[in-house]
Every structure is written in C-alpha cells, then in structure tokens.
Design a binder for this molecule. Structure first.
Ligand SMILES: C[S@@+](CC[C@H](N)C(=O)[O-])C[C@H]1O[C@@H](n2cnc3c(N)ncnc32)[C@H](O)[C@@H]1O
Length: 310
C-alpha cells in the first residue's frame, strides 16, 4: 500500500516522469482537479502531464486551424488543449487503435471495467506468471484492451518493444495492482478522454512523423514532442541524430507554426542539439523541474524548454 503524503499545487512542478504521474494522481488528486488537467488512461516515457499548464499557457494558435501532433503519445497535451480539429499521430499503432476504439464506441468505460476486473482478479492470484501470459497473448492478438492492461500493470508504465516488435516490459511486481480504486480511476480517465473527443474533428493516425507535416498550412499549429536524443529511446527503436535534424528541418520549412518540447540542461549536461538546430525559435523555459525522489541525487533540476517558431 502506497503512503499518502501531504502535497500542494506548487509542488506539481517537482515531479517528472510517468511513475510520479501515478504518485501525483494518488497523493494530489485535488491539485490535479484544481488545475483541471485531464489525465489519460495510458502512460508512457516522457508523458507531459506536469508540463500541461506551461504548454497550454504558451500555445497561441488560431482556434480554427488544425492542431497537429506527430508524437501524440498518451495524448495528454491534445486532451488539455482540446482543439476543434486535430491530427493526432504516433508510430505506436496500439496507442492509436486504443484511441480510435474509444472514438468509435467499440471500447467503452464499461468494457474497460469488465476487462480489468476479470484479468485483475486472476493477476492477484497468479502474479507474474499471469502478467507474462497476458503479455504473450497481446503479442499474438494485439488487442488494445490487452495493451491497456499491460501498460497499467507493467514496470513504470513503460512502453517498449524488442526488435521483433514484441512488447517486452516486465511486471510491476504488484499482483494486487488492479484494486477497485485503481480500476475506477482508469475508467474515469477513459470517460473523460471520451467526453473530450466527442463532437471534435480529431483523426488518430498511425504513421511516421513526416506524414503529418504534409497536412500543415499557415493557419495550423504543430506541437512536437519527439523522443529525446541522448536519453532512453528503446521504447520505439532508435531516435538517431539524423532523424532529429530532419525534424528541425521540416519544422523550419513548414508554413505552420511549430512548438517543440525539449530538455535544455541539467547539472551534468547541456542539450547541444537544441542550441545547434533550434536557436532561432523563441525559447520559453520551465525552470527547476525536479525529479521527485527521496534521494538527494534524484533531485537535480532539469530545465525544460518550449521552442516556438513565431
Ligand atoms: C516523448 S513521447 C510523446 C509524449 C507525449 N507528448 C505525451 O505527453 O504523452 C514520443 C512519442 O513519439 C513516438 N514516436 C517515436 N518515433 C516516432 C516516429 N518516427 N514517428 C512517429 N512517432 C514516433 C513514440 O511512440 C512516443 O509515443
């Protein structure tokens, strides 16, 4: 059982990754509520939940233009910006099919509850062995509900596939993972996400990022949150320097406005790629964005930047 700690809204910026996302939801639901952040039902490395207020404050766009996200991930930014029209894309087909299924009504909060209750109960009895069976089943059937189950029962909400495309993240080692409260939290997240999608012209597409740029006009806004160079990119294969450089090139050439999310520096490193390829964009910084952790060594500031074209 995790321990509930006292926390206030100002401490929201002290969190950084997806595991802390769970911590935050558990310990500070009222803070999230106050900020009215819509938290998605899936997690991934580099999820931007804590940066949502910073991003929303800095995005100035034409409300009638298209919102384009080539690296939509969990969708947390799009859900909170809530544009009327959007292209939400990712190379990860399972995230995209889950959101398409929510959108077309094939997966509902009730389906999710039934599925998680049924498999969560067996997980409680059989632990890791059952998690592995579910992972093998997903690697055969590629069912988005299995993907959701694994994402919420695996280590740190990670998404990672091996070279043969098999999902390979280990179990979080908590057989009682799917408590009643946890399932309710996930179902409420599904309900919120479905309600924000309703009535909007949003297209979820599985494609390489380059494809999304072909839709952009001068009225549109492209928010890019690519994998970070020099940090763990094993979850979707490589994010090599050439790909990052090509993205900078496309972003300069597109007629649309562009906003890039990127780390700038911490105590140990500076992100040279940002200085080399994005210095003509306007940088807005989120200072002192700390990892939350008991150990002093986990608390080095990471400065995050939004590099905005105009
Ligand atoms: C840093 S994450 C995005 C996180 C997202 N903004 C959020 O808050 O959840 C990067 C995303 O890029 C996707 N991705 C990686 N390489 C890609 C590529 N070549 N084309 C399209 N998407 C890609 C990954 O699947 C991952 O979801």
């Amino acid at each position: 059982m995790k321990q509930k700690k006292d926390i206030n809204v100002n401490q929201l910026t002290l969190f950084h990754d997806e595991e802390k996302d769970d911590f935050l939801e558990m310990n500070a639901p009222e803070a999230i509520d106050k900020l009215k952040i819509i938290v998605p039902p899936i997690k991934c490395q580099g999820i931007k939940t804590k940066l949502v207020p910073f991003i929303v404050d800095n995005v100035k766009r034409d409300e009638d233009g298209l919102w384009i996200e080539p690296f939509v991930g969990t969708g947390v930014v799009a859900f909170n910006v809530a544009p009327k029209r959007a292209i939400l894309a990712d190379k990860n087909q399972y995230i995209i099919s889950l959101y398409q299924e929510f959108q077309n009504g094939h997966i509902t909060p009730n389906n999710v509850r039934e599925f998680l209750e049924y498999h969560g109960h067996i997980l409680e009895q059989r632990g890791n062995a059952y998690y592995r069976e579910m992972r093998e089943a997903f690697n055969r059937n590629r069912n988005p509900l299995y993907f959701l189950f694994l994402n919420r029962a695996d280590f740190n909400g990670m998404i990672r596939f091996n070279k043969s495309g098999q999902f390979n993240v280990p179990f979080c080692q908590k057989p009682d993972r799917f408590s009643k409260a946890y399932i309710t939290k996930i179902c409420n997240q599904v309900t919120k996400v479905i309600s924000v999608m309703r009535g909007k012209d949003w297209k979820f597409i599985c494609c390489p990022w380059q494809t999304t740029f072909t839709y952009a006009t001068s009225k549109d806004y492209i928010y890019i949150d690519p994998p970070y160079i020099g940090r763990d990119t094993s979850y979707v294969g490589e994010w090599p320097e050439e790909e990052a450089t090509a993205l900078a090139d496309y972003s300069h050439k597109t007629p649309a406005n562009v906003c890039l999310s990127m780390w700038k520096e911490n105590k140990f490193r500076r992100n040279d790629h940002l200085y080399d390829h994005w210095s003509d964009f306007t940088w807005v910084e989120q200072d002192h964005f700390y990892h939350f952790g008991a150990k002093e060594t986990n608390r080095h500031p990471m400065i995050e930047v939004l590099a905005i074209k105009r």
